[in-house]
Design a protein around this ligand. Structure first.
Ligand SMILES: [Zn+2]
Length: 464
């Protein structure tokens, strides 16, 4: 379940000693065999393999470690050589951290799935997101995407947004003991403290603003806290990275008015999906830090403009913004992208050659056969870690987070199959040497910081 939270983004566990809290930023002191029998330093002594007897060797190591800590030196207890010995410990630690830290995922497309078939989120499902899986994965604050397909850009966008917001509210109202909608980072912390999942809302595609700034206030009042300026097509605000029209060469005249209005009201600006010129213009105009709620690094997917270039990541970080890494195989793995590209091309060529439509039975059986002969391997969890690593190497630990795009992407990496799998990612990060404090930032600290800065700019327009 969801333990209480403190102001540092930790869920608070009772009975944890001060000494443990003081040193727990460095995971290396807490997962090793050496501390497992030392009650005061153990995060959670319950471990399937922990022996309860006294072990003089471990105790001696403990004394040595304590001397080293007190001397202010860093002690690496975990090296590549003893990996197998410590693997189970790392797993346990990852599970504990997933429970303990606030995990915020800035983009989950569960509301859109409800438009296909409405299901109760508290019931187990075959979707990426449902409450039981989320609890298992330690997910505390999913940003539910109020996704507006570009087909509504010619009419009906606002109505579609209303409908999706209504569905999120329906879920929350049906289970007030489990869900609450946060309007601020402090709400998120309060909800987690109260043992509830903090179900935030972000709007994917600014089309429902419909050229009227009054609608910005309207959606803010309904609880929307970020707007992804556009989706797969240029809209009345800006250009899309999936479009090739370049209608505005970046922001439209209305878009240029919308950015300061978003700053003034405290609405986060999401530059996932926009073109590079749009993103740079937004960074130029915005007084508050900007977010990319579900994007990857273009370095690993050359030519895929939906992911962010190094130059853009640097510019975003310079304004204290954040990239939330998309988990989708298509976003993180170039070999997956190549295979999928080949598949589309080959199938299209066959259908054209034989004058078939996709819906024809002959086409269907050809596609089935093709997929059997050319199985498409999903990306791997290590691909996601690679994207996180790259942002960290490029701009530091303060500008990266998680924006899975669960229920919005078809293929997700092995090891990150759904919202129950965040502990796997934490495990991989621990294995890579990320400290607990780094992981806290990635899991929610960075995003909550940016959200607070956006609030601050709104409350104090002179700042930023
Ligand atoms: Zn998207």
């Amino acid at each position: 379940m969801h333990p209480r939270a403190d102001i540092f983004g930790n869920k608070v566990y009772t009975g944890k000693c001060i000494l443990a809290n003081r040193f727990r930023n460095d995971f290396r002191f807490f997962h090793t065999e050496n501390f497992r029998n030392v009650e005061p330093l153990t995060l959670n002594p319950v471990h399937p393999h922990s022996d309860s007897g006294d072990n003089p060797v471990k105790k001696n190591l403990y004394v040595f470690a304590m001397i080293t800590i007190l001397a202010g030196t860093t002690l690496t207890m975990y090296g590549k050589d003893d990996q197998s010995m410590n693997d189970a410990d790392l797993r346990t630690q990852a599970e504990q951290l997933a429970e303990e830290l606030i995990i915020l995922d800035s983009h989950i497309d569960a509301p859109y799935q409800l438009t296909k078939e409405y299901v109760d989120w508290t019931q187990p499902s075959d979707r990426h997101f449902d409450y039981p899986k989320a609890v298992k994965g330690g997910l505390d604050a999913p940003f539910m995407s109020i996704y507006i397909s570009p087909k509504y850009q010619d009419g009906g966008a606002k109505m579609q947004a209303d409908e999706l917001i209504g569905m999120v509210q329906k879920q929350v109202n049906a289970h007030p003991d489990k869900f609450a909608i946060p309007l601020s980072p402090s709400d998120v912390r309060k909800h987690v403290t109260a043992g509830k999942m903090s179900v935030a809302m972000g709007m994917e595609n600014g089309a429902p603003i419909e050229g009227d700034l009054a609608n910005l206030q309207y959606f803010f009042d309904w609880g929307i806290r970020y707007i992804t300026l556009t989706h797969a097509k240029d809209n009345h605000i800006c250009d899309s990275s999936y479009d090739t029209t370049y209608t505005w060469d970046g922001l439209s005249p209305f878009g240029k008015k919308l950015i300061p209005a978003m700053n003034n009201i405290g609405m986060m600006i999401d530059i996932s999906h926009v073109t590079d010129s749009t993103a740079f213009q937004v960074l130029e105009l915005s007084k508050a830090p900007v977010v990319a709620t579900h994007s990857g690094c273009r370095k690993f997917t050359p030519g895929f403009h939906r992911n962010m270039s190094d130059t853009l990541i640097k510019a975003l970080a310079k304004r204290d913004g954040i990239v939330q890494i998309n988990f989708g195989s298509y976003f993180v793995s170039d070999s997956y992208r190549q295979h999928r590209g080949d598949r589309s091309e080959n199938i299209r060529a066959y259908l054209d050659e034989h004058g078939l439509e996709r819906s024809d039975p002959e086409a269907k059986s050809y596609i089935e056969e093709y997929d059997q002969e050319h199985p498409l391997a999903d990306a791997d969890i290590s691909d996601v870690v690679q994207h996180i690593d790259h942002v960290v190497q490029l701009v530091g630990i303060d500008h990266v987070g998680l924006g899975s795009d669960y229920d919005g992407v078809g293929s997700v990496p092995t090891g990150l199959e759904d919202v129950s799998k965040y502990p796997n990612l934490i495990y991989e990060l621990l294995k890579e040497g990320y400290s607990e404090s780094d992981i806290r930032k990635i899991c929610s600290g960075n995003f909550l910081r940016v959200w607070e800065e956006v609030e601050h700019v709104a409350n104090d327009p002179e700042s930023g």
